[in-house]
Ligand binder design. Structure first.
Ligand code: HEM
Length: 286
């Protein structure tokens, strides 16, 4: 019998835990055999069993359900999930779920493993992350302890990070990477993705008009890759819609604009003494 996911997409998420011994929702860090991504939020969802704990065989429907759990509206969840399943370069890691007898929707008959998202730059992965190193100079998938420390001490202990703080932090990270990674790749596409990640993070976990996230919540998310439920986070009571996301994205895109000149934007890492000195001033203001 054919099964579609139409019913599940509009109702509560379906959580098929890979490890049935751990109840869904309970936090349990990844085992060595589990796959994880460079996305702390996907990792946290897997660590709670809201996405498969082993990071494998994830259907678009499961991913959308997990987004819905985080209060993302159905339309925005659809847009967020469409790309990875439809535009990622074909790969042996994409397998037809039909072959496994899972479901047969022609558009969404694929499953992905997290390792697909880790294949390298060109789709979602990019240089200048908050918590991961650039591929050219380090590990782009696992969080870098020094970067985590730097991010979590960007604001005084016990404070919250408004969306403007994270946007400014992103700008500083750009200057830092531009100084340390001579082959850094960061242009309009990467900046758009980064603005999207920042928007998602603050819309889902932020509070108040400037989407403030307590430092302890960021620590749970980025260091333990755990949803900050113990610290008091609750799923927001109204959905995070495309319109809200779009407005906030524009704001972040402008506020986090890191390029020191138009020439630099068009030519990539255009080298000039003026740019070097501007970047170095930004890095030293950390
Ligand atoms: C609403 C849910 C999501 C939120 C709030 C979110 C948030 C974030 C944030 C804040 C980062 C930046 C991490 C850093 O710079 O250290 C990130 C990175 C990433 N996200 Fe997500 N994400 C979400 C959903 C997704 C989905 C659905 C995918 C793809 C299936 C995805 C794939 C990635 C990847 C591959 C990265 C690594 C980019 C890089 O730094 O190279 N994320 N995400």
């Amino acid at each position: 019998m054919q099964r579609t996911h139409a019913a599940t997409a509009s109702t509560m998420p379906v959580f098929p835990p890979a490890d049935n011994s751990i109840p869904t929702g309970v936090f349990s860090p990844a085992r060595p055999s589990d796959q994880r991504t460079a996305c702390p939020i996907l990792n946290a969802l897997s660590n709670h069993g809201i996405l498969p704990r082993d990071g494998r065989d994830i259907t678009a429907s499961q991913l959308r359900s997990a987004m819905r759990y985080l209060s993302v509206s159905p339309e925005l969840a659809y847009l967020a999930v469409f790309g990875p399943y439809n535009f990622h370069p074909p790969s042996a890691l994409l397998r037809s779920a039909k072959e496994k007898g899972v479901y047969t929707d022609a558009q969404r008959n694929r499953v992905i493993d997290y390792s697909l998202l880790n294949l390298g730059p060109g789709f979602i992965e990019h240089d200048v992350s908050i918590s991961r190193q650039d591929r050219e100079v380090g590990d782009p998938i696992r969080a870098d302890p020094a970067l985590l420390k730097q991010f979590l001490s960007f604001r005084p202990p016990g404070s919250s990070y408004a969306i403007t703080d994270t946007a400014v932090y992103r700008k500083k990270r750009y200057a830092q990477q531009a100084m340390s990674n001579k082959s850094m790749k960061y242009g309009l596409v990467e900046h758009s993705i980064v603005a999207g990640e920042t928007t998602g993070l603050h819309n889902i976990f932020g509070q108040g008009w400037n989407y403030e996230i307590p430092q302890s919540w960021l620590k749970a998310l980025f260091v333990e890759e755990r949803l900050p439920i113990e610290e008091g986070w609750r799923v927001r009571s109204f959905p995070f819609t495309v319109i809200e996301g779009w407005l906030v994205w524009i704001f972040v895109f402008i506020f986090a604009w890191p390029f020191t000149s138009m020439r630099e934007l068009w030519q990539g890492s255009a080298k000039s003494a003026v740019r070097e000195s501007k970047l170095s001033r930004i890095v030293h203001s950390f």
